[in-house]
Design a binder for this molecule. Structure first.
Ligand SMILES: Cc1cc2nc3c(=O)[nH]c(=O)nc-3n(C[C@H](O)[C@H](O)[C@H](O)COP(=O)(O)O)c2cc1C
Length: 194
């Protein structure tokens, strides 16, 4: 493997921001499929792939979602062409025979609390890769936690085991946010080398 060029790092990291607004252009279904496929390539324990994404793209869906969004985040949701609600599937154990056919590991997840912790951890790893994938596809994102996950569950996901974790706006970027990036911690603060 070789190091990506500087332009790739700029797009994925240095110039990538959390976006409050986007161009009006819609995101087509094929792009949403590609995003989910790329996130599916993330490393997960026993290849469990517990991330599930609820995409809200219709005006009807956004109007329904509005009830679950804290007031300060509502304008960002209303202005975005798509919303991705990142969930973990509490029933991911059921698909383990498909995604990890080399051994039956379902017994490791017999304890519901342990299974939930594993589902959340691995779904969050996948969602981080999703954000990088979106940037790679030329999309911007605006992740947010200011919402009521139980309300989203009730409104959209009452019939399945998906548990909302956080959500993000998603769209084509037309301009950088007007405010500067907030400070990042230094290497000495975030790392130890043993
Ligand atoms: C899990 C998560 C939750 C966040 N929640 C909110 C939120 O509720 N509202 C908001 O405006 N921004 C929210 N943010 C955005 C962060 O403030 C932003 O990602 C951070 O300041 C870095 O900004 P930058 O990507 O432009 O450098 C959230 C980000 C993450 C990853």
């Amino acid at each position: 493997m070789t190091r990506l060029n500087d332009a790739a790092f700029d797009q994925l990291f240095h110039n990538a921001r959390s976006h409050p607004t986007y161009a009006g252009k819609a995101i087509d279904a094929a792009t949403l499929e590609e995003l989910s496929a790329l996130a599916g390539l993330a490393p997960t324990a026993f290849n469990q792939q517990p991330l599930r994404v609820l995409y809200v793209t219709s005006e009807e869906g956004k109007a329904k979602l509005d009830e679950a969004i804290v007031p300060g985040n509502k304008p960002k949701v209303a202005a975005a062409p798509a919303i991705a609600i990142f969930c973990y599937d509490a029933n991911f154990v059921e698909t383990l025979p498909k995604v990890f056919p080399i051994a039956d590991v379902r017994g490791y997840f017999a304890d519901p609390a342990g299974a939930a912790a594993a589902g959340q951890l691995n779904a969050l790893i996948q969602s981080g890769m999703f954000i990088a994938a979106a940037r790679g596809l030329g999309l911007g994102m605006g992740p947010m936690i200011g919402f009521d996950p139980a309300k989203v569950k009730e409104l959209f996901l009452a019939d399945n085991g998906w548990q909302p974790l956080y959500f993000s706006t998603l769209g084509y970027v037309e301009a950088q946010p007007e405010y500067d990036r907030l400070p990042r911690l230094d290497f000495e603060e975030v790392a130890k080398v043993a």
